[in-house]
Ligand binder design. Structure first.
Ligand code: HMG
Ligand code: MG
Length: 298
């Protein structure tokens, strides 16, 4: 049964921009986030406090947080891989943080330079400190449908890693299909397994569209009762440590589908298209949303 109200986590300013090689001026990032704040979105991942040596594009996240105009109805979130990142996030006044690990050992090592178990140990003091500051923590599990280095990933690995993050105090697990290899049956079987232990409101889905399966996979997730979906405006993005990972599913296309299904999102599609056009123009790249392309031609 589909839930009537769907929450969109807009990850464009983080997952979308982190893969851009040339450094984007802070002013463009701020303008993108300000425009997104006017669309009715309730959650925007605005940056990440990671090592600038690993992801140079995100090094300006503190400036971005300083300069954005915050809408009271929007949660502005950021990724924090360690205590150092959390300290910076607190100084920048983030509303919420996300920790991130993986269901694949090799991906975890390549992305955050530690094993899955070490990542969990690293998150313990981090999450405790976030709680002391009344900052909610979201947890990401990458490679839930497959890994660029290990290939197939057993679903029990996803279950175990998700359980550990929830036990540490994450309020929700975002299931990342980092390289977009999942198909609908796999989504259904993974969610069926996870729903035996967790409720649907503890689960979110995060599909990259590398193999063109993301929209179908989102539909399959809705069918399983999932009501939180991560998407990226204009389909921007990819993970710098997952070669070939293209953008997340475009927010515009997901909103179009959800509204067509009669589900509520609170998001104004036209304003969203304007925000996507703005950033594509600045990046000098083709808009990755089909809905935006069709609407721009009218
Ligand atoms: P490390 O090299 O093992 O860390 O990296 P370290 O503790 O040895 O520190 C090395 C240097 O980095 C030191 O500087 C630290 O100060 C600095 P130095 O002394 O050499 O000058 N440093 C930091 N600087 C600023 N902020 C920090 C920070 N931490 C250390 N927070 C580390 C370990 C985790 C730091 C590194 O691997 C890292 O930053 N990784 C992040 C990679 C990343 O951001 N990937 C993309 C996001 S995940 C993703 O996209 C997937 C997702 O979308 C879901 C999906 O699609 O599946 C979420
Ligand atoms: Mg991602």
């Amino acid at each position: 049964m589909m839930q009537p109200n769907i929450k969109i986590i807009e990850v464009g300013p983080r997952d979308g921009l982190q893969n851009e090689i040339s450094l984007l001026p802070v002013e463009y990032k701020v303008e993108l986030i300000n425009q997104l704040s006017e669309t009715g979105l309730s959650h925007i991942e605005a940056g990440s406090f990671v090592s600038p040596k690993w992801v140079p594009q995100m090094a300006s996240s503190d400036e971005v947080f300083k300069q954005i105009e915050r809408a009271p109805s929007v949660t502005y979130a950021a990724l924090t891989p360690n205590l150092q990142g959390l300290q910076s996030a607190i100084e920048s006044g983030v509303d919420e943080i996300a920790v991130f690990t993986a269901a694949s050992e090799l991906f975890c090592k390549t992305n955050i330079n530690c094993s899955i178990e070490e990542s969990i140990d690293r998150f313990k003091p981090l999450i405790n400190l976030a709680k002391q500051h009344h900052i909610k923590v979201r947890g990401y599990v990458s490679c839930t449908m497959g890994c660029p280095y290990e290939g197939d990933i057993p679903q029990k690995n996803v279950l175990e890693t998700s359980r550990k993050l929830l036990e540490l105090g994450c309020y929700e697990i975002s299931l990342g299909d980092t390289i977009g290899v999942g198909t609908a049956n796999r989504v259904k079987s993974l969610l069926t397994l996870l729903k035996k232990d967790f409720s649907t409101d503890q689960l979110a889905v995060h599909f990259h569209d590398t193999y063109g399966q993301a929209l179908t996979n989102i539909y399959a997730s809705l069918d399983q009762g999932i009501s939180t979906i991560d998407t990226s405006v204009a389909g921007l993005g990819g993970c710098p440590y997952a070669k070939g990972a293209s953008g997340n599913m475009a927010t515009e296309d997901v909103i179009y589908m959800l509204h067509g299904l009669g589900l509520s999102t609170g998001v104004d599609l036209e304003k969203l298209i304007t925000a996507g056009n703005y950033i594509c123009n600045k990046l000098n790249r083709q808009n990755g949303s089909k809905v935006a392309l069709a609407s721009n031609e009218q």
